[in-house]
Ligand binder design. Structure first.
Ligand code: PAF
Length: 282
């Protein structure tokens, strides 16, 4: 696997490949790779001739009191995992090379960034959109693969690509779960054994909503109440949101009369976890 350290080197090498007709697939990550990331890599490998994984813990998407400094950094293990999958390219820029002194230009994220995470993590999607825009410029990929677990992030990126006519296709990979349902996340490694049990409350709450919807329950306020009480029964009490919203716009809805998504963000101890489930309309 070739490791590219600067935007200049990455663009020079990868754009030459693109001009030779090699189709590139990109998987943007912040490292601490788990099976969920690896499934995105495998998806990219099926869709393109060569795969580029980026690893960059992006400071601009973390708030001042968030976990940027303690975010897990496991570079050597990540390299081994990617090599074992036969990934051709790793883009792992330094912070200095991606945000050199004087950097000040940012992407204003689309409206779909405003609710939910946008309320609880102001500035987060500005940072995500900016770094993804940079990655899409540096790595001339035909397709980029993102995980469904970060549902709102996917909608932000899809909308940015549409609104700004970016020549890249966004593909969404499924949420990969542990055997007991916990969505895989780099942040799960912060959890103690007892916190890990509590964290299952997020999956339980989503399953309750899915069952209620399958039984014909359409009233969103009832679904949201059931999510909250399931979370609380699992001792997940610091809840940023547990909502059922329009799957495309993420706007509030009253009734399950269109494709919708249930989204949860909650703390288990100091660890903020998110999870989601798509709910089909009739
Ligand atoms: O989902 C992530 O890991 C990050 O938000 C991303 C897309 C790599 C941007 O830093």
């Amino acid at each position: 696997m070739h490791i590219l350290k600067t935007p200049r080197e990455a663009f020079a090498k990868l754009d030459r490949l693109r001009r030779e007709g090699v189709r590139l697939g990109l998987v943007p990550t912040m490292g601490a790779l788990h099976v969920g990331h690896l499934s995105l890599v495998e998806q990219a490998q099926r869709l393109a001739d060569q795969t580029v994984v980026s690893i960059f813990v992006n400071p601009t998407q973390f708030g001042p009191n968030e976990d940027f400094s303690r975010y897990p950094r496991t570079f050597q293990e990540d390299v081994e995992r990617l090599e074992s999958l036969g990934v051709e390219w790793l883009f792992a820029p330094t912070e200095q090379s991606l945000y050199p002194p004087g950097f000040s230009c940012c992407v204003q994220p689309p409206a779909v960034a405003q609710p939910l995470e946008g309320e609880f993590r102001p500035g987060h999607y500005g940072g995500v959109a900016t770094v993804c825009m940079k990655l899409f410029q540096i790595i001339p990929a035909e397709v980029a693969v993102f995980g469904r677990k970060d549902y709102q992030q996917v909608r932000v990126i899809e909308q940015m690509v549409e609104d700004l006519n970016l020549p890249i296709r966004i593909v969404v990979g499924p949420t990969i779960r542990e055997a007991d349902g916990l969505a895989m996340s780099s942040r799960n490694r912060y959890l103690s054994d007892s916190q890990r049990q509590q964290a299952l409350g997020l999956w339980r709450a989503l399953q309750v909503v899915a069952e209620m919807a399958a039984d014909g329950q359409r009233q969103v306020s009832d679904l949201e109440r059931a999510m909250l009480s399931t979370l609380e029964a699992s001792q997940v009490t610091k809840i940023d949101y547990a909502r059922v919203v329009d799957a495309r716009t993420l706007a509030p809805i009253e009734s399950l009369d269109r494709p919708a998504v249930a989204l949860i963000a909650a703390f288990v101890g100091q660890t903020r976890l998110i999870d989601c489930l798509l709910l089909e309309a009739d």
